[in-house]
Design a protein around this ligand. Structure first.
Ligand SMILES: CCCCCCCCCC/C=C\C/C=C/C(=O)SCCNC(=O)CCNC(=O)[C@H](O)C(C)(C)COP(=O)(O)OP(=O)(O)OC[C@H]1O[C@@H](n2cnc3c(N)ncnc32)[C@H](O)[C@@H]1OP(=O)(O)O
Ligand SMILES: Cc1cc2nc3c(=O)[nH]c(=O)nc-3n(C[C@H](O)[C@H](O)[C@H](O)COP(=O)(O)OP(=O)(O)OC[C@H]3O[C@@H](n4cnc5c(N)ncnc54)[C@H](O)[C@@H]3O)c2cc1C
Length: 676
């Protein structure tokens, strides 16, 4: 990162914002990204990408039609991976990998997305030694392209009802893959339609007449030379989507397609040559690739919200509209209190999500090490943390991006703002890797909390709780929240407030479930009738984690220049949550009406404090113009002249007269004239 982001020729308003900041951007950037060394590496990676001619993004992706976009993204993906080893440390998918990819691919998936984000980790963690030897080389050398084919037309969430079958034939030592119905057709896998010639296929395993549930297989789909689908395989693209249109998400059907025995991943579960089934140590080890993406996507989501808020804050600093004091000149829209309330909480959220991403990364790495030693103890905790964060973070990210777009008025609606690309890419995260509501129910069912299970043991005083869940066992305070005013409130008090709300809801949902179990004939019906309250409990639990984790992370900062900024943003995050959470915090009079009014006053005072530093804070996210791809969010703030330039490079403006005019409008007008 450079010493200063101010340059000659920049918009004067944005320059003034940068000059008036009370801290050095470099310092905050270092804290946010985990140290000066990481910021320096980001710059090194950025420079290397900029220097590499094959990584030049000359075509503005938003003007391309679907097939052109798919082709351009394939070109970029190949170039990106051609030179990757010269630029990044490939072992760091959580950090350098995400950053490097975002510089080149923008907000899109591509022909190699699933190859790297799901197949590679699945092979590393689920293949036995022999399979690892055979598959890892071609994956890394890219002599094959692969994807993860699990979801079907009829079933995505409920994996136990997938219809694709893999039936073992001991005579030939092969599995027969088959799609018995239309709804068994694999549907959605990224890069399946046209790019991949291999896929991890999830299929119901049958051996010696017995069913053993869904298992992963590594299956060749297309000929290595001609790229034609193999006999027994039908495959194609599912068509345009809300976003990620560089990716050829596909469909796939099998017609009694035979594959060798050793195509089944055999590190965990095994099928011996005679068809004997050897179960895995933990039934869900085969779901590891999903857990990996749920873990890495938290950082990706926070970076999407971070880009949106960077664009919106910078634009709000250069956009002048309306007067606050009559006849004193139009103000920067960032001066409106309402604009600040729309935007500044998104800055806090970005940080809270990013700091949570660091935590889930640590847990993921610990679990991976444990699993290599055959220990599955922490797996449920990781499943819970990654599922819960995935749901809350992707939902609030999507809402936050939309707020940023709306806050930019008409220009926010243009593709020039980048909001449509950011939103349509990020919101996919609410659905893929487990629909958000379903994942919240997982948190409630088991997860790292095991919320429902542990309530009874907590009440009996026998619960064995992890660090993440121990607060649930604490007694609810009989008194009110300690909140008196924003100046005096401590991190501990704010954490206590969120834990109060979560605990209250967890016990409430538990009691309702127990009551429903007496009213309905099966536990499953009772569970369904408690679903809404269970999801609320999970959400509050995750929010309590986010607040606690934010303040824990920030407590490592002793720098008097940036600590006040981090504290203000943390308080805003918490108070905005309390104010928006209403009923969860006022139950049993925990927060009084007066306290709630003081919370709101506290928010207003924080908005005022953050206002002079807002541009510098988003500068510290360290996004380059290359990453933002937004005319509104340009570092230099020269928005208007560049909006005009952007519109002029629109292919529709290449000729003065459009084919639409020639083919349709002109004949209509000519006919109209003849009727006069
Ligand atoms: C380098 C660049 C990075 C860029 C950033 C990221 C970009 C991402 C790129 C890729 C983008 C998109 C790709 C998308 C891919 C996909 O979407 S793949 C398909 C994903 N599909 C799903 O997620 C399906 C969701 N469904 C499920 O996970 C399960 O079916 C569900 C958990 C809902 C239920 O499973 P059941 O088998 O029915 O289990 P259940 O009976 O409910 O529970 C049994 C038991 O097992 C526990 N459990 C469940 N899952 C796991 C797990 N994964 N790990 C550990 N434990 C698990 C569950 O909690 C229960 O425990 P209990 O003790 O019995 O209560
Ligand atoms: C952009 C994108 C990329 C994807 N990439 C891949 C890929 O690479 N590979 C792959 O295999 N798949 C992929 N998918 C598929 C994705 O994983 C599934 O769409 C997702 O898991 C949700 O499943 P579904 O579509 O069956 O939704 P459904 O399960 O049908 O959900 C529909 C509604 O029903 C509700 N619902 C379902 N079950 C329950 C329940 N038990 N309790 C309460 N409510 C419930 C949901 O909450 C939701 O509101 C992708 C999807 C998208 C959008």
């Amino acid at each position: 990162m450079e010493d200063t982001l101010i340059r000659e020729g920049d918009n004067l308003d944005i320059t003034k914002e940068r000059r008036n900041a009370t801290f050095r951007v470099k310092k905050l950037a270092a804290f946010i990204h985990g140290g000066e060394e990481i910021v320096r590496r980001r710059k090194e990676i950025y420079d290397a990408v900029e220097r590499e001619p094959r990584l030049k993004n000359s075509v503005p992706i938003e003007f391309l039609a679907r097939e052109e976009r798919h082709e351009e993204q394939a070109r970029r993906a190949v170039a990106m991976t051609d030179v990757a080893t010269d630029i990044i440390d490939g072992s760091d998918m959580f950090g350098e990998g995400i950053y490097y990819q975002s510089l080149i691919m923008g907000r899109d998936l591509h022909s190699l997305s699933l190859h790297y984000s799901m197949v590679l980790p699945a092979i590393q963690n689920q293949a036995d030694d022999e399979q690892l030897d055979e598959w890892l080389g071609p994956i890394i050398s890219r002599s094959l392209i692969s994807t993860y084919a699990q979801t079907e037309l009829g079933h995505g969430t409920n994996l136990s009802k997938l219809e694709t079958t893999a039936t073992y034939d001991p005579k030939t030592q092969e599995f027969i893959l088959h799609s018995p119905t239309i709804t068994a057709t694999k549907w959605w896998p990224g890069a399946l339609g046209k790019s991949s010639n291999y896929a991890i296929v999830m299929a119901q395993l049958y051996t010696n007449g017995k069913w053993h549930g869904p298992h992963p297989f590594f299956v060749q789909l297309r000929d290595a030379e001609t790229h034609m689908p193999l006999k027994g395989v039908t495959v194609g693209d599912i068509g345009p989507k809300l976003g990620i249109n560089g990716s050829d998400n596909g469909f796939l059907r099998f017609n009694n397609f035979r594959i060798p025995r050793k195509t089944m991943f055999m590190k965990n579960a095994k099928v011996l040559p005679d068809g004997t089934y050897v179960p895995p140590k933990h039934a869900k080890l085969g779901f590891g690739a999903m857990v990996f993406v749920r873990s890495i996507m938290i950082k990706d989501q926070s970076m999407q919200l971070g880009s949106a808020i960077t664009i919106a804050v910078r634009y709000s600093a250069i956009r002048r509209q309306g007067e606050i004091v009559p006849n004193s000149g139009e103000v920067q829209i960032l001066d409106y209190q309402t604009q600040q309330l729309r935007l500044f909480p998104q800055i806090s959220r970005t940080l809270a999500f990013l700091f949570a991403a660091y935590e889930v990364k640590d847990l993921y790495l610990r679990v991976t090490t444990q699993l290599q030693e055959g220990n599955t103890e922490l797996l449920p905790e990781l499943h819970g943390l990654s599922s819960g964060l995935k749901s809350v973070v992707s939902w609030e990210t999507a809402q936050g991006i939309e707020q940023c777009r709306l806050a930019c008025g008409g220009h926010g609606y243009s593709q020039a703002s980048a909001f449509p690309e950011i939103y349509s890419y990020a919101v996919g995260g609410c659905t893929y890797e487990g629909e958000n509501i379903v994942m919240l129910l997982q948190v409630a069912r088991q997860a790292f909390l095991g919320l429902v299970k542990i309530v009874s043991s907590i009440r009996a005083g026998t619960a064995k709780l992890s660090l993440l869940t121990s607060y649930i066992a604490e007694k609810q305070p009989k008194t009110r929240s300690k909140f008196t005013c924003v100046e005096n409130v401590s991190a501990e008090d704010l954490i206590a407030d969120f834990e109060y709300a979560a605990r209250e809801q967890i016990f409430y949902a538990y009691d309702l479930l127990k009551k429903n179990e007496t009213l309905y004939s099966t536990p499953e019906e009772a569970w369904n009738k408690t679903g809404i309250e269970l999801c609320k409990a999970s959400r509050l639990h995750v929010k309590a984690f986010l607040v606690r984790n934010y303040f824990n992370y920030v407590s490592k900062c002793n720098d008097s220049e940036i600590r006040p900024i981090l504290d203000q943003l943390g308080k805003l995050y918490a108070l905005d949550g309390i104010s928006g959470g209403g009923v969860w915090f006022t139950r049993r009079g925990y927060y009084s009406d007066d306290q709630m009014a003081t919370v709101r006053q506290g928010i207003y005072s924080l908005l005022e404090k953050i206002r002079p530093n807002a541009v510098a804070i988003v500068d510290a996210f360290d996004f380059s113009d290359r990453e933002l791809q937004s005319v509104l969010g340009r570092r230099d703030g020269n928005v208007y002249e560049n909006l005009l330039k952007w519109a002029q490079q629109n292919p529709m403006n290449r000729s003065e007269i459009s084919t639409a005019y020639i083919k349709h409008l002109k004949p209509m007008m000519t006919e109209g004239k003849s009727k006069l």
